[in-house]
Write a protein that binds this ligand. Structure first.
Ligand code: PGA
Length: 256
């Protein structure tokens, strides 16, 4: 059975104490309310990571992730953080390919191929985000865009390391906009992603890969999305900043 994952992307929110306090609330609720096959991943700003890694130690189904890392091992890259530095403090995951990084920081598939490979080489697990813009959806280009984002960034990986990759489908037009993809729209793309993984690697790997949905996911719409056959959880932005909402989204799996 594929792991059910609900990941929170805090983006550039919360000062240090606010982050620690939100994390404590979330992890305590998770202990009481979640079952074993459910995993939470909290992707915080860099400033929280080391403390959250320590705080997460007593909680089996709560992991910690970063929101970015650099494409080079080390060197004169002022202000950047490397994959090996993240790994050295016990960070388990890193989000790569988020549309905000593609858009505001000009990260293209070529750069992301390097970042993903280097993160995996340094023993981080990767939440690789893909998704089309509104224009690409309306011009019926969305599946082509998704196929390219998968092939060019993941296509060269050794299948052995693919077990450390989680895919997040996040239609750009649904992120932070309050517009969610319908369950049918999301399921169509998730099934297509699984097919692509199957043809790039193999069918078994495709069956085992967790594919998350992201974009205005909340406690009200989570059930209709997560009940789709190929949706294995969510990558949550806004609603991950409220402990009750975040846990309610994760708890959706208790009743499916
Ligand atoms: P949202 O963000 O839930 O606020 O739409 C999702 C994301 O950017 O990962």
């Amino acid at each position: 059975m594929r792991k059910k994952i609900v990941a929170g992307n805090w983006k550039m929110n919360l000062n240090y104490l606010e982050g620690v306090s939100l994390f404590s609330e979330i992890s305590n609720m998770a202990k009481d309310e979640l079952t074993n096959n459910q995993q939470l991943i909290i992707c915080s700003p860099f400033i929280h990571l080391q403390s959250l890694v320590q705080l997460s130690k007593g909680y089996e189904n709560v992991s910690i992730g970063a929101q970015n890392c650099h494409s080079e091992e080390k060197g004169a890259y002022t202000g950047e953080v490397s994959a090996s530095q993240l790994h050295s403090i016990g960070v388990e995951y890193v989000i790569l390919g988020h549309s905000e990084r593609r858009l505001y920081f000009q990260e293209d598939n070529q750069l992301l191929e390097k970042k993903v490979a280097l993160a995996l080489k340094n023993n981080l697990k990767v939440i690789y985000c893909i998704g089309e813009t509104l224009e690409e959806r309306e011009s019926q280009q969305y599946l082509k865009v998704i196929a390219e984002q998968l092939k060019s960034v993941l296509g060269g990986l050794n299948p052995q390391v693919m077990k450390n990759v989680v895919i997040a489908y996040e239609p750009v037009w649904a992120i932070g906009t309050g517009k969610t993809a319908s369950p049918e729209q999301a399921q169509e793309v998730h099934a297509y992603i699984r097919e692509q993984i199957s043809s790039l690697f193999d069918a078994q790997l495709a069956l085992e890969t967790s594919i998350l949905y992201g974009g205005s996911c909340n406690p009200t719409n989570a059930e209709s999305l997560f009940s789709q056959a190929d949706i294995d959880g969510g990558l949550i932005g806004g609603a991950s900043l409220k402990s009750r909402d975040f846990l309610d989204i994760a708890k959706t799996f208790n009743s499916l």
